[in-house]
Design a binder for this molecule. Structure first.
Ligand code: SF4
Length: 341
């Protein structure tokens, strides 16, 4: 209850800089817990909807606990967003029972709200994941999609022997290598560098890597601006134009480092990225790459390849591959159409 809380106005100012002519397609409200500030959630969603941006809120459903009425401001926020994703995992279930979450999800479905689950476990072999995904499928008759991910080590836990292998093989590198047989240092674009993220203090970063958002560290090449001084068109232009961010989206940090890096690589995909900003040779190479006319063509091709893999391909790379198909549950359209949406 005592954690810092920044003024609503700076976040609203930024959402109000979206216009019909220039707005993001989606605004994702995540946390922490966005519905701790339900009035702000509703106002952001309303500002976004007015210009054609669709919104998604990810919630642990603290308000469902005990089975009572949903407080009016939370009801209003849930009505304002276009999609509600309920977080469910062994940790959340200690706080809010599965029965209470299911009850609220049924109510949302009954009033026509688009709903999904975001589930995490320890990996493809986690028995909890098998049990909870089956329970959700039974309860909702395969109408509700699920994005299933793995809890990853963070902070000091990354250095524990148990997790060292994970750190070398992050961002789906292990999965991609198994699927394609290619070496980890071959091009593997960073899809995450396509999603500007507004952090709790209003800083806008080029990706949602937790350490970057928490500024431990915030490498300068991943800082896009701040919501108190920058508007959406400016952030969009920097995200699309920054040479190093473009290179990350095109080939990923490992490949960039292998070709042009002059310093030691980091111990993981993202740690290699963090070091690139201090590497003058890599920075200069990214500038040269960005200035080439052919780069735009290759970028369009790389983007098309990733879109082709669709929602399932994304879930396979960044989530638990064994459950990737569950992101399309309840989708009426043919898979290819759903993937390109
Ligand atoms: S590679 Fe860089 S841009 Fe991509 S998620 Fe990791 S830290 Fe962010």
């Amino acid at each position: 209850m005592a954690s810092e809380q920044h003024d609503d106005r700076m976040f609203l100012r930024f959402a109000e800089s979206f216009s019909a002519a220039c707005h993001p397609r989606y605004l994702l409200l995540t946390g922490g817990e966005p519905l701790i500030r339900p009035r702000l959630t509703a106002r952001l969603a309303e500002a976004a909807r007015a210009v054609g941006t669709r919104t998604y809120a990810l919630t642990g459903m603290y308000f469902a606990r005990g089975g009572g009425d949903i407080p009016a401001p939370v009801r209003q926020a849930l009505r304002s967003v276009d999609h509600v994703a309920a977080s469910i995992d062994a940790f959340h279930e200690e706080e809010v029972s599965r029965r209470d979450v299911f009850r609220v999800v049924h109510r949302l479905l009954d009033v026509g709200t688009d709903v999904s689950f975001q589930v995490v476990g320890t990996g493809d072999d986690d028995p909890y994941l098998a049990e909870v995904t089956s329970a959700i499928r039974r309860e909702f008759g395969d109408r509700v999609p699920m994005l299933v991910g793995a809890v990853r080590p963070h902070g000091r836990a990354k250095s524990l022997p148990l997790h060292r292998e994970d750190n070398r093989q992050d961002h789906g590198e292990a999965h991609t290598a198994r699927r394609t047989g290619r070496h980890a240092h071959e091009p593997l674009p960073c899809t995450i560098a396509a999603w500007p993220v507004v952090g709790p203090d209003g800083t806008v970063t080029a990706c949602g890597n937790q350490a970057v958002v928490d500024h431990v560290p915030l490498p300068e090449h991943l800082r896009l601006g701040h919501v108190t001084v920058d508007d959406w068109p400016a952030i969009r232009a920097r995200c699309l134009g920054a040479p190093l961010v473009r290179a990350l989206r095109l080939v990923g940090p490992r490949s960039l480092h292998r070709r042009y890096g002059s310093t030691e690589p980091g111990s993981s995909y993202c740690q290699t990225c963090w070091r690139l900003g201090d590497d003058a040779t890599a920075l200069a190479a990214a500038e040269v790459l960005a200035a080439r006319a052919t780069t735009t063509i290759v970028e369009a091709y790389a983007e098309a390849l990733q879109r082709e893999r669709g929602a399932v391909g994304f879930a396979r790379r960044y989530g638990c591959a064994a459950y990737a198909e569950l992101v399309l549950l309840g989708h009426d359209e043919p898979k290819a159409a759903a993937c390109s949406a």
